[in-house]
Ligand binder design. Sequence first.
Ligand code: NAD
Length: 259
Amino acid sequence: MSTAIIVVGANGRMGRTISHLAAMEPGYSLAGMVDSKEHLGKLAGAACPVADTLAALLPQAPGAVVIDFTAPVVSLNSAKAVAAAGSALVIGTTGFSDAERAELEALAQRAPIFWSSNMSIGVNVLRKVLPELARALGEPYDIEIVELHHNRKKDSPSGTALTLGEGLAQARGWKLEDVRCSSRDGIIGARPKAQIGIQAVRGGDVVGVHTVYFMGPGERIEVSHHAHSRETFAQGALRAAAWLADKKPGRLYGMPDMF
Ligand code: NAD
């Protein structure tokens, strides 16, 4: 069965990749594209309906699954629109505050909503494996994460680094917000044992690199994930849309549910 897709943020880096794949991949069709008023001109000539609000497009494509890679406030509006219309929504946007995340979780009671800070298969396998490594190595091994992204990325550290950090903190019996260190400057003294460093590097057109360091006495392990293109995230988002299409609301779904 084919899954019809509406893309919100269709003129963005991720939106363009997802729209292209939805139109080309067997099993998917592109049912609509949404972007802000000033970007609508760039979507002119599209072979599907185009609008500057999701609410205007939803009645034209009943049953379509919405994919939104934009900004937190825009994705929350998409969640409100699908909750009102009874549609399903996949969100890849990062940078939600705790309050925005809570609002998203509440809206997931009313519509099937899926959110993942990283849609790639590789990163989601790492989410499983890294806590095991942390437990096996034990507390003598300090954990640090370094992420690299392109110079247009708005949020820092990346949602993926925070997600990986949350899993690693949990493996040590900590909460990430209690132990995260994202800035070191001046006379900082010795590194506390209960700490996870997450540092962000920005530049050029880097799609996304995440490296987790386990540094112990006399040795270190480095685990790196390199995203070569945005297609890996777009493929994951399409797969999530097909998976979500027949799901019921109730809680915010994520990659672990799909695997
Ligand atoms: P981008 O800036 O290239 O694209 C964002 C798009 O949203 C733009 O076209 C913009 O015009 C549009 N937009 C802004 N306001 C809008 C509105 N009111 N209605 C509709 N569209 C609107 O950004 P990007 O690089 O594509 O990244 C988007 C988000 O996805 C970021 O939060 C990024 O961190 C995240 N991301 C997630 C993954 C993942 O796997 N989950 C992968 C890559 C990027």
